[in-house]
Design a protein around this ligand. Structure first.
Ligand code: C2E
Ligand code: MG
Ligand code: MG
Length: 481
């Protein structure tokens, strides 16, 4: 029964003829209602996806066209994101369609929460979703939304009592620059999606070539860096520091990042980026832990202990609990403070010099030595240098590589440092001539490819066990200074 048909009489009642007519009317009405219901259902199915209840491709197309039309009037850019779920097929194949459908629904719900009311989230086919972002404040908001959605999809999904980790790739196109109509926009977003997929999982790509490429790369790198921290793509390598006789008297921990598709990324590239977006703080925590762990491991393996130096960024140093954190890390790893050294740069001096000095003093009170890295490249305020509690000055590589022209400066730095009671170490020593010169003017320690490149911990162990002077034999006169 799809309805009831009632007729009321003031007097008398319906005779048989009336009843036949009513029956006929009822049947016709029922047919009409059924037809209408079916038509509505078909219309809904034509515009909505049955699994997630989201608009489908047809509806997306409509909404995109509307957004484009509006943008022609209000001139606010429209963004189109195509989202491809990375590991959906595996879930579907191993857990079955029911689980697959449930996962799609959960994905839809999670994505929906992160969008504005005006945005249209749509499932366009299989494991592909799309989002129309009408009236964006600027073109880069699309990238920000994409980054946020990717973050959300990294969180595990609970499906049938199982924790599932999926991920996604996102391609982005923007109206008007990437296409003047909805069809072109979908094509350019698809191209961008392909680029994102081939660059590895969990990434987004913007189609717009005229958008600031550097800013874009930074945003992407930032996303990758966040992942790097979580997924063990980071490692520390160690570069020996040698004394005047080539004996290893310390190592410096240097961060290494191997991107799953790009391969090794230079610290010169990712450290400044990590500093900009604040990731350097958790990364610095990671390195300090790793270095302390490694130092302890070498000692446990019976090697002659040497201090391990860790680079500290200004941002990390500025954390109010930094000194406590260092103390706590040493305690956790049961590492004696004299086996840790921190390398800071002159950029610290840009800030409150008195506060900086006090903090450095607190670090030294723990028993941890402090070195001033890259000396000579920054603000090099000699007046401040005098006031800073620093154990070691590291002469920057740029002086060493231009040693011919820089002899006077290097000599001056050395005598100044020595008169302030600091030790001097030269960075980036690559040739025998550089070593000879540095030795001849009384440099205390050296570090550089000439002795060893930064290497994996087990190679350090081998070098320690071999116990040979690094960089080959020395001229006899050079031994004492
Ligand atoms: P840095 O602390 O001055 O480290 C020395 C850099 O010079 C290292 O580059 C090292 O590989 C390179 N180097 C050493 N000897 C030679 C040589 O003979 N010739 C040449 N051409 N280069 C040499 P790397 O590992 O690329 O690191 C670059 C910078 O990134 C570091 O400079 C440091 O400022 C920063 N960095 C690296 N790891 C960390 C870290 O864990 N935390 C922080 N905050 N910064 C880090
Ligand atoms: Mg350093
Ligand atoms: Mg340096």
């Amino acid at each position: 029964m799809i309805g009831a048909f009632a007729i009321y009489f003031r007097e008398g009642g319906a005779d048989d003829v009336d009843k036949t007519v009513l029956e006929m009317v009822c049947r016709k009405a029922a047919i009409a209602i059924e037809q209408r219901n079916l038509a509505d259902q078909l219309a809904h199915q034509a515009r909505y996806d049955t699994i997630t209840g989201l608009p489908n491709r047809v509806m997306l197309d409509d909404r995109l066209q509307q957004a484009v039309a509006r943008s022609r009037r209000d001139e606010l850019p429209v963004g189109l994101l195509l989202i491809d779920i990375d590991r959906f097929k595996v879930v579907n194949d191993t857990l079955g369609h029911k689980a697959g459908d449930l996962l799609l629904l959960r994905i839809a719900q999670r994505l929906g929460v992160a969008l504005r009311e005006a945005d249209t989230l749509s499932r366009i086919e299989g494991d592909e979703f799309a989002v129309v972002l009408p009236g964006m404040g600027d073109s880069e908001s699309a990238a920000r939304v994409a980054g946020r959605l990717l973050e959300l999809l990294k969180e595990p999904f609970m499906i049938e009592g199982r924790e599932l980790f999926i991920g996604a790739s996102v391609g982005i196109s923007i109206f008007p620059q990437d296409g003047s109509d909805s069809v072109t926009l979908q094509k350019t977003a698809d191209t961008a999606l392909h680029m994102a997929k081939s660059a590895g999982r969990g990434q987004f790509r913007m189609f717009a070539p005229e958008m600031n490429a550097a800013a874009l790369e930074r945003l992407q790198m930032e996303t990758s860096l966040r992942r790097a921290l979580e997924s063990k793509e980071l490692a520390a390598s160690y570069q020996p520091k040698v004394d005047r006789e080539g004996k290893m008297v310390g190592v410096e921990a240097l961060l290494r990042w191997t991107h799953p598709t790009l391969g090794p990324v230079s610290p010169a590239k990712f450290i400044p980026l990590a500093e900009e977006c604040g990731l350097i703080v958790p990364m610095g925590i990671w390195v300090l832990n790793e270095a302390c762990h490694q130092a302890k491991a070498w000692q446990k393996a019976g090697l002659r202990p040497v201090p391990v130096a860790v680079n500290v960024s200004m941002l990390q140093f500025a954390q109010p609990n930094f000194v406590n954190f260092v103390a706590e890390t040493l305690r956790q790893h049961e590492l004696d403070a004299r086996w840790l050294e921190l390398e800071v740069t002159e950029s610290l001096l840009l800030h409150d010099a008195a506060a900086t000095a006090a903090k450095l003093e607190a670090i030294r009170d723990l028993g941890v030595a402090v070195a001033l890295d890259d000396f000579g490249t920054g603000y090099s305020s000699l007046a401040y240098l005098q006031k800073l509690p620093i154990d070691t000055l590291k002469i920057d590589r740029s002086f060493v590589s231009a040693i011919q022209e820089q002899t006077t400066v290097i000599r001056a730095i050395l005598s100044l440092a020595h008169s302030l009671g600091m030790k001097v170490i030269a960075e980036g020593v690559e040739t025998v001539a550089q070593r000879e010169f540095l030795l001849s003017i009384g440099c205390n320690e050296m570090q550089g490819y000439f002795f060893s490149k930064p290497v994996a911990p087990d190679e350090i162990e081998e070098l320690m066990r071999a116990d040979q002077p690094l960089g080959g034999a020395l001229l006899p006169w050079a031994k004492s200074a």
